[in-house]
Design a protein around this ligand. Structure first.
Ligand SMILES: [Fe+2]
Length: 333
């Protein structure tokens, strides 16, 4: 396998504009990216690949927004990134048995900021007004066709820290009902009772509680954290999910899922080879731990709510990789 570490000074460059479609082509290290009306094309020294442009952009913008997340982000079975928390691999075929057997796989390591800027540059050039890859397909326009007008608003929703417990005076920038987001059509049948709060005298204005479902139901993005609570290295994200997770996530640690409403179907495969390992249908109330040695992709036929728990302890990925920790969290029996 070719594996190259590219100098930090490397930047993405535009290599020209297609006169027919209006989109630019780009080079980052030894990877080349072009798009036509339907597809993204990726080339590397010994191979090439094609991905439907909607899938490519939905994956790329999430990879930026998630900061490359934990472990592997497969845009599909062939192309993706691996996060080493400071550097990031860009790979093609490196975790596909066929590409490996034929020696067509390729991997290049970049400074994380370099890939992030490259993905932002490519996405900006390839995304037109009216298309938001973070929205559910039924709630946004299409990315296919020639270039029209580039979007100028932010591609990823930045994280905004809560200044106080949500619901208390002064929290306004982050509470989603205060931002004017409506309840999503998929959750219109839910009841959003507010909690009863009985406060001891003297603590008025310091104690509060919210209906978390009311918050998630107003999320305008899918497969992207709409609300995150971080305590030390314990990270809890709630998200709304609809259609398919636009990437296949390869875990470098355990990841816990709690299905809050409706259902998600998960395809689970071996991380290194892609060989199928199982399917799970999670229904409201189900809990599962995705092991550290798998890749997985979720499909949510109707918009659903999912709580995801991550252990952000630095270096945990190395303890799983070395075999010091088992790839699953619990031994039964
Ligand atoms: Fe995952």
């Amino acid at each position: 396998m070719d594996a190259i570490t590219t100098p930090d000074s490397t930047k993405v460059i535009s290599t020209g504009t297609d006169p027919d479609t209006g989109y630019d082509s780009f080079r980052l290290g030894n990877f080349e990216f072009t798009r036509d009306e339907y597809f993204a094309h990726i080339k590397w020294p010994k191979g090439s690949h094609i991905i439907e442009v909607d899938r490519f952009l939905r994956a790329m913008v999430r990879d930026i927004g998630w900061g490359f997340f934990y472990g592997w982000i497969f845009f599909d079975d062939i192309f993706g990134t691996t996060n080493h928390y400071g550097t990031v691999d860009m790979f093609a075929g490196s975790y596909d048995r066929g590409y490996k057997d034929q020696g067509l796989d390729y991997l290049e390591t970049f400074d994380a900021q370099v890939i992030s800027e490259a993905f932002e540059t490519i996405s900006r050039n390839w995304i037109n007004e009216g298309y938001d890859p973070l929205s559910a397909p039924l709630e946004t326009g299409t990315p296919i066709g020639p270039k029209t007008v580039e979007r100028t608003d932010e591609l990823v929703r930045g994280f905004r820290p809560a200044e106080r417990m949500l619901g208390l005076e002064g929290d306004a920038p982050v509470r989603s009902d205060a931002t004017g987001h409506p309840i999503n059509r998929a959750f219109a049948d839910m009841e959003f009772d507010t909690p009863d709060i009985e406060c001891e005298p003297g603590f008025e204005g310091q104690l509060h509680a919210i209906n978390l479902f009311d918050h998630i139901a107003r999320a305008d993005v899918t497969w992207n954290p709409s609300f995150t609570a971080i305590t030390g290295a314990s990270i809890c994200c709630v998200t709304s999910e609809e259609h398919m997770l636009p990437v296949i996530h390869g875990n470098d640690r355990n990841e816990w899922f709690i299905q809050l409403t409706d259902e998600i179907h998960w395809n689970i495969a071996d991380k290194a080879t892609g060989a199928p390992r199982g399917r799970i249908v999670m229904k409201a109330g189900d809990v599962c731990a995705m092991p550290a040695d798998i890749r997985h992709q979720g499909f949510s036929p109707k918009r659903s709510m999912l709580m995801v728990m991550e252990n952000g302890t630095p270096g945990l990925e190395k303890r799983y990789e070395s075999g010091e920790l088992k790839p699953y969290p619990v031994d039964f029996g």
